[in-house]
Design a protein around this ligand. Structure first.
Ligand code: SF4
Ligand code: SF4
Length: 85
């Protein structure tokens, strides 16, 4: 079961809503602390973020070692562009 499924935030067809923001720069550490289901780990190793589900706790930012997430208007957003490791 995905994190999104666990939180009950599914589309009417039972799938997690399509996220415009994804990141595959690490193994998806940011998905684990998310209490709202805004970040979902995908089978391909990437993670998807739907900012409208974000509760603004900052947990994902705290665990991301690549600076890929920032708060924007009280919700988390993934950074665009390449990742510097
Ligand atoms: S946003 Fe950060 S913690 Fe999440 S997958 Fe990307 S690099 Fe990893
Ligand atoms: S800031 Fe938002 S996306 Fe990040 S862990 Fe908290 S609720 Fe989830």
């Amino acid at each position: 079961m995905s994190i999104g499924a666990a939180s009950g935030q599914l589309d009417e067809d039972g799938t997690f809503p399509v996220a415009e923001q994804t990141c595959s720069a690490c193994e998806g550490l940011c998905a684990e602390p998310c209490p709202s289901g805004a970040i979902q780990a995908n089978p391909d190793g990437s993670v998807s973020l739907i900012s409208e589900f974000c509760g603004g706790c900052g947990g994902c930012i705290a665990v991301c070692g690549f600076g890929r997430i920032s708060m924007d208007g009280g919700v988390a957003r993934f950074a665009d562009g390449p990742v510097a490791r």
